[in-house]
Design a protein around this ligand. Sequence first.
Ligand code: SF4
Length: 1024
Amino acid sequence: MNAPLPEPPAVRTTCPYCGVGCGLLARPDGYGGAEITGDPDHPANFGRICSKGAALGETLSLTERLLYPMLRQGDGRLGRVDWHVALDRVAAGLERILARHGPDAIAFYLSGQLLTEDYYVANKLMKGFLGSPNVDTNSRLCMASTVAGHRRAFGADTVPGSYEDLDQADLLVLVGSNAAWCHPVLFQRMVENKRVRGAKIVVIDPRRTATAEDADLHLAIAPGMDTALFCGVLAHLADRCALDYRYIDAHTIGFENALAQARMIAPDVAATAKLTRLSRADVARFFDLFRDTPHTVTCFSQGVNQSAQGTDKVNAIINCHLATGRIGRRGQGPFSLTGQPNAMGGREVGGLANQLAAHMTFTPEDVDRVRRFWNAPRMAAREGAKAVAMFDAIARGRIKALWVMATNPAVSLPRANYVREALTQLDLFVVSENVLANDTVNAGAHVLLPAAAWGEKDGTVTNSERRISRQRQFLPLPGEAKPDWWIVTQVARRMGFSSAFAYQSAADIFREHAALSAFENGGRRDFDLSALAAISERAFDQLDPVQWPLRAGETPQMDSRFFMQGDFYTPDRKARFIAVEPPAPKVATSRQFPFRLNTGRVRDQWHTMTRSGQSARLATHRPEPFVDIHPADAKAMKLSDGCFANVTTRFGSCVLKVAITEEQRRGSLFTPIHWSDATASAARINDLVMPETDRYSGQPDAKATPASIAPVEFAFRGFALARRPISAPHGAWWTRVAVAGASGLLLATNDGPEIWQTRARQMLGGELAEYIDRQRGVYRAASFAAGELTGCLFIGAAATAPQWDAVKALFAAETLSEEARGVLLSGRSADGLVSAGPIVCACFSIGLATIRAAIEAGAAATIEGIGEALRAGTNCGSCLPELKRLMADAGIEPAAAASRKGGYTRLEAWLIPLDCRRRRESIAAGKKTLRRSARCGGNGRRMQCSSSTTTSTRSARRRCASRSRRRARKRKSTCSPCAATRTSPPTSSSIRAELCLRWFTTARRSWNPRSSSTISTRFFPIRR
Ligand code: SF4
């Protein structure tokens, strides 16, 4: 064990979770743990982090880590081998299958968790040297529809805007995005814009999510109808002369067809309301807001992407922005929020089966260009199998070798059971992983390669706004773990490609990646890092976050947005309007399956919980797999809150805890995706998801599988806690929960106390103290070794299920007092404290019951009051939407949280520029400046169209211009520069600087390292 350094330096790195890409400071403690805080200088977050980021220090443990290469032995077990043996086995296996079955028989399945350098070498080996295009990634499940939509509209997979636009927009439209939970730091940035500048937020989501709590308008749209809504917007914009014909004429083609199709789908408010099952008033309000607010950003995420018509949804949104010229300007544009930390980096290197490296595609010119650059002997010349098709090909025996890196397809793909079964067919199944076991590894991996985890690896990632940041190593590599890029290059060298894979460092790979982006580019491709093509090791080491494009010889632009002046990446440099198809669910509901199953995430967990599941703090938010259902549906299906239900589809079934909530739309069910066989008995949600995919992107529809739900009775419930890893009991419903100082299981069962009495001996061992009441169905046991509490098992009747808070606390303590020991089997705490309930504020572990009690006692009458009384909501802000909901439940208007009573605090008065304050005051006074300004064109330059019967852009423009003149005369006002100034947002840089300062100030004020347990202990390799 190493001795701690007196003051270890902080290492600047990047969060490994979502696509926001927050900068972090990691201060290693010298014992293998680290303190994690936000990096105040990183432009993605300016010091802010969410609950997941704040708990990263608790996830560095080496328990369950894969530390050595392993091979499947004759007896079916995995046995440790030397790296040489493992790498030789992979190289020889790939060569054998290539020789016998050709390149189409091999595939790589990669991950948005890989670093760009890892991704680059894997893609190069497969597409350039093994000759197979079968490289796909879990990003296919995340944002492939956005890639396809961007490429159809822009000619390239380009995100036009920046996070700054979220600070500068006057209207933020969130479509299919629970940003409050899935992109918390960005969402807090939007909320800050609303608070400081008065921006409006519209949330379009069938569920009333935490994001909707901060919305000015929530549109609980019918599932899958986003395309109809945005077709309605386009038709409305045309009808109300709110189009930018100058931009349309100069920079786009296909407008007439797209508009005609939009009119056919949703010609007006009434038709749109009918299709989307929204009220006419809400639809009209949204249309007016969109029309009258030039500075509009439309953010979209998985609700748009994970759909069998996801690409059309993306293009319906982009159509509206192209038609208004609201793209590439400050505070304007469509904005895809990516789910994964390096989904964008994967897109840059061609990690998808329908891409080549450096944003090139499978055109003959691009194939030839990449072949020449790589000097590739066997270049793939056509698109490969996308994720769902790839695993179909495995099941059918067409793909015989698969290498999975940093992902868990046996859990995350639709029809996950089928995928798991398919994996058993492989002749060669290689997995590069951090963990010893997960559902994919357990599906029969032949070779298991220990890969470096976050904190141990070094390279780059790209976030949702095209910003490349360094992920830096701050922990030593444990055991024999190696970076993924090293593993791939070693296999490549063994296959005879030494010179093409002679990299010595991540910087070597990055230089080549940057050079390829510049190769024969000449401005024809958006992705250009030529300025970094000769970056030195030292400069790479010190690289600050940078946004591409970074063209050689050009000074980095402050404004790196794309497309304000058109110049798209199509052959004629014009964007394409897309005439989208009418929205319709691919699979209808039926009598047998009357509900639509929607899947998603919870606030404090990530993917299959491999990392986030280690944090006891994060586990307290939503510890069990659950299904959300509307009260009316619950009543019809005879379900009660907190009971269990079997959710079934054509593909499988799960048993989940029922949560009845008005937030859920009638006819829909919502379940989170995080649980697997490793963490729950029956909660592999993707077993239930249908394999329908979008025809353009190949992205599966994870939001609309027809499903049924029925109650499941369990007579008893309980929990088990043990100091050592505890094995799950057969025949019971269980879920694993991270607990401080113990391994925890929540249980539900029909087995009575006697059976559990027998099981207690197997599960807990040691010397048992027991209490049994057969009549009341109660069994409680505690095990001790050398006087120390080592385990507990509590079972009781379901109606009076034992609570574990008091017992859990005993495992967190190092020693057990006599008093605590005395009341242990009562399940009460020795100090009489009541349970805090499910945790709402993960940063300070403040529970629901505590917050409710404070509200009811009058100790907290505002959000700020809760913060002052309990500290909840004062650090990362991830729980603020839930706090607002609790205030609303208690009948307190959350708006009362703003204690300024119509005026401004001194700080705000200082922070908010004068023009912005006046604007907010005038809005408050009902002057509707925004609306008036938009009628007069807003920017003083825009052409206006008039009629719903527009058939040609030219006639529309004429009508528009004359109507505009008439209106201008009538108002005795023109679109003067003065009006434009008044209605435009305040200058971006001043606002941004002020916002940053404000966040930073808040973060520093509320940060208390002693009370936020970011330091975890991690012990170094256990040598055998
Ligand atoms: S928002 Fe949270 S999870 Fe996402 S990058 Fe930032 S800290 Fe990480």
